[in-house]
Design a binder for this molecule. Structure first.
Ligand code: NAI
Ligand code: MG
Length: 372
């Protein structure tokens, strides 16, 4: 039996293109792993009414971890309209399978490294090497939302918060409310993950990005918990910053930052900002990490206009494989893969269109495999 069992979920659109690139590199790495394909994506929504079939969930439960590429998502009405006729009018509702995977497997940490590889013409600066840890399950994205505001919720809020007086003349029908929920456990585990990563990879600082001066209770909880955890890591400095100022500093001095950690929405924003500093979607890898399971994926979507053309940049996918190797503890193989990717970028001969070249997706993967 192989040491690892890894699910491969190409999804749809360019997900297939970059997964094929990933397989070329995985073949070359020759990990002691069994790879099992698993269905996910638009085609399964259309024909089965389920973008994340139960058989895929069952398969994932038997796997060490999973590699996922990309899927198409569409708004509710459009999604319903594309169902095959037999499935129409049954009240099926499309829900993002990747969001569901994060919830189902409690993948609470979203890891997003942003490194400027030498010679990448898309680098904003050449000395950027930062990693964003974004909390993946709470905050404004927990889905506790109301519009109109139910009277019971309104009266409870009025009873407990004098600040509700500011809205006393507004009709409940005209109030929308999205709850920002942070828990002590949620704050602790994302911050701990960030510090552990800083220690493992030798980053001297962890920057906590919140807004405690205004959002006193939720951001405040995060800051208070972070300070307690930071005390357990004497060699690593905790920097506390506000999201607005941090956006500015990330553009002005991105080279100053190492590990960054934030709640879900602020983390979402800064990780996209940071990705663009080092080449954009073609370079943005990620890991969705839980305590015993993880799903690795390039952060880009299915880019339908390029689907099947083997034209897009596979580097985000290859770097996601690198993250997977690190998570598995295969750190030598991870380092070798990263070096091979870096060498291909620096050499500059095999480049996809986003880097100004005309090589194909698989050409880049082959060039990386050759270097391994
Ligand atoms: P997208 O990431 O698919 O593409 C936006 C643009 O970025 C593309 O048109 C292309 O110009 C560029 N791009 C993306 N990946 C690239 C790569 N590897 N190399 C070079 N250029 C690349 O985002 P978009 O167009 O907003 O969404 C398309 C579909 O993907 C939607 O259905 C959306 O819901 C879905 N999506 C899925 C995600 C996932 O699977 N995790 C994440 C984001 C979007
Ligand atoms: Mg995002």
């Amino acid at each position: 039996m192989a040491k690892y069992k890894i699910a491969l979920m190409p999804g749809d659109g360019i997900g297939n293109d970059v997964m094929d690139a990933g397989k070329i590199v995985l073949d070359k790495i020759a990990l002691d792993a069994e790879y099992v394909p698993a269905d996910i994506g638009w085609e399964f929504w259309r024909t089965e009414g389920e973008a994340l079939p139960q058989r895929t969930v069952d398969t994932l439960k038997t796997c060490t971890c999973a590699l996922f590429a990309a899927i198409t998502s569409k708004p509710k009405e459009e999604a319903e309209a594309e169902l095959i006729p037999e499935l129409q009018g049954k009240g099926l509702v499309y829900r993002s399978p990747i969001v569901r995977l994060r919830q189902m497997f409690d993948l609470y940490a979203n890891l997003r490294p942003c490194k400027a590889y030498k010679g990448n013409p898309l680098n904003y600066r050449d000395d950027i090497d930062l990693v964003v840890f974004r909390e993946n399950t709470e905050d404004l994205y927990s889905g506790v939302e109301f519009h109109p505001l139910p009277e019971e919720v309104r009266s409870a809020l009025e009873k407990h918060s004098p600040r509700m007086a500011a809205f006393k003349d507004v009709d409940s029908a005209d109030i929308a409310l999205s709850a920002r929920i942070l828990t002590r456990r949620g704050c602790q585990r994302i911050v701990r993950r960030a510090f552990e990563y800083a220690r493992q990879f030798g980053y001297p600082t962890v920057t906590l990005v919140e807004k405690p001066n205004v959002i006193r209770e939720t951001s405040g909880l995060m800051v208070r918990e972070a300070r307690k955890i930071a005390a357990e890591y004497p060699g690593i400095a905790l920097w506390e910053t506000n999201i607005d100022a941090q956006a500015m500093w990330l553009v002005k001095n991105p080279q100053d930052y190492g590990v960054m950690v934030s709640s879900n929405m602020f983390g979402d924003i800064i990780s996209d900002l940071a990705a663009q500093l080092v080449g954009g979607l073609g370079f943005a890898s990620s890991g969705n990490l839980g305590d015993g399971f993880a799903v690795f994926e390039p952060t880009h979507g299915s880019a339908p206009k390029y689907a099947g053309q083997y034209k897009v940049n596979p580097i985000a996918m290859l770097l996601s494989i690198k993250l997977m190797l690190d998570w598995l503890g295969e750190t030598d193989k991870a380092a070798a893969l990263e070096q091979a990717v870096a060498a291909v970028i620096e050499e500059g001969k095999v480049r996809t269109y986003d880097m100004g070249g005309n090589a194909g997706t698989l050409d880049v993967a082959r060039a990386v495999a050759e270097r391994l």
